[in-house]
Design a protein around this ligand. Structure first.
Ligand code: HGY
Ligand code: MN
Ligand code: MN
Length: 422
């Protein structure tokens, strides 16, 4: 596979790891939580502070910074000509996030540009860094919301009217933090897109491999299930007369676990959020609201899982005399990345002396949205003990540095990616 001509002239180019490490640590200083992680839910003041810091670094590199109508931030180094090669990720976090999830990819992409500038080389195409709004989807569903709107997968108005788990409206929060921008969505179509990210799972560590050349992202189905029962006195109400949403929520949680075990393979099911009302010791609850996160690499199996869940909800509603409604929060089919981009990642990883394997992504990523509009791919580095969405999330410096050097050469190689011949 011929690597980009341009890249071949700069094989020795490396990123400045100390500078990248300093920026990762500086961003992690914004809204730190116990255990070394961060809480910067999308469009909160903490997210704004993180955005302001990274935008200041973009401006110090003289990038052309644009903010779009859903707060996506795109910094472009305007060299060469034509559509940019873009990298990037997110800097919003889950409530108990680690310091690398998303942030590593954004800051490594910034480091790629700064390393090229330090070396006085100018690629034949512009290089761009994207910070996509609300990748986590924890506050405003769905996840990858910003990049979904960026590629035209969700109408802007619909996105602006999304209501958060705390009742805020997305458009209002964008205005409040000063990131409701003028740039339109869909945004500029990149020549190619590549995202560097921690694996957030156990596979690379288990296989003692340093780099993942990511082939795909599994399908994602999120739904919010509301169970309406009858609140009653915890002491006087006989068990046979109860319509108890908390009990039903527990049964749904157990059903999902059993479904995942029955399907086996890549099937995963999670009930991550349960709200009980009125949430008091001596009251049989009136209502339970829970979220179902169901994923599989195989779309037909994911559909089967969704159908089995729908049947179970109907049956248990009848059995327990409760009313159950369900609202889809996210639904993305599995995404396959571009073959040539995967080949480039894999060959550069090998050329730079790393062990590398091809693998799917269990987590959703902005790259799965960019794959709708341009050749896209991802680079993974290992997560220690496979832990993520947890302040204990950690990746060794030697792996972080290796990943960033692969990103550097992958982006340079993509500047001469020619898909016209395929
Ligand atoms: O949900 C996900 O997989 C990602 O962390 N947003
Ligand atoms: Mn992420
Ligand atoms: Mn995440």
């Amino acid at each position: 596979m011929p690597l980009g001509d341009f890249r071949n002239n700069h094989l020795g180019l490396k990123i400045n790891w100390r500078r990248l490490e300093d920026r990762i640590n500086a961003l992690a200083e914004i809204s730190p939580i116990d255990g070394g992680g961060n809480c910067r839910l999308a469009l909160t003041d903490e997210d704004k502070d993180g955005r302001d810091l990274v935008v200041s670094w973009m401006r110090s590199l003289d990038l052309e910074v644009t903010i779009d109508v859903v707060g996506n931030i795109i910094g472009v180094w305007n060299v060469g000509s034509g559509a940019p090669v873009m990298s990037g990720s997110h800097i919003d976090t889950v409530r108990t996030g680690g310091r690398f999830d998303g942030c590593y990819g954004v800051l490594a992409a910034l480091e790629v540009i700064e390393s090229c500038k330090d070396a006085n080389i100018s690629p034949p195409r512009p290089l761009a860094v994207g910070i996509f709004t609300d990748e986590e989807g924890s506050r405003f569903a769905p996840d990858m919301l910003g990049s979904l709107v960026y590629v035209g997968g969700m109408p802007v108005e619909q996105a602006l009217n999304v209501v958060a788990i705390d009742g805020a409206r997305l458009g209002d929060e964008l205005m409040r933090i000063g990131y409701s921008g003028p740039a339109p969505c869909p945004g500029v179509v990149p020549h190619a897109f590549v995202e560097l990210h921690i694996e957030q799972g156990p596979m690379l560590e288990a296989n003692d491999v340093r780099i993942g050349a990511v082939t795909s992202v599994q399908g994602i189905s999120w739904q919010e299930v509301t169970v309406i029962g009858q609140s009653n006195h915890a002491g006087t109400t006989p068990m046979s007369l109860r319509h108890d949403p908390a009990y039903v929520a527990a049964e749904i949680t157990v059903f999902l676990r059993k479904l995942a075990s029955e399907f086996g393979g890549d099937q995963v099911c999670t009930v991550g959020k349960i709200d009980i009302h009125p949430n008091l010791t001596n009251v049989v609850p009136a209502k339970a609201t829970l979220t179902l996160d169901v994923r599989n690499t195989d779309e037909s199996l994911l559909k089967q899982a969704e159908s089995r869940i729908a049947v179970f909800l109907t049956e248990i509603a009848a059995k327990e005399g409760v009313k159950i409604t369900s609202r889809q929060l996210a639904r993305f089919e599995p995404v396959i990345f571009d073959d040539e981009v995967i080949n480039i990642v894999e060959s550069i990883a090998k050329q730079q002396g790393n062990t590398v394997q091809r693998m799917p992504s269990g987590a959703g990523h902005d790259a799965q949205m960019l794959a709708r509009i341009c050749p896209s791919g991802m680079i993974f580095v290992p997560s220690v003990k496979g832990i993520s969405h947890n302040p204990a999330e950690f990746t060794e410096s030697i792996d972080l540095e290796a990943g960033a050097n692969i990103l550097l050469h992958t982006m340079l190689s993509l500047t001469t990616l020619d898909k016209s011949t395929t």
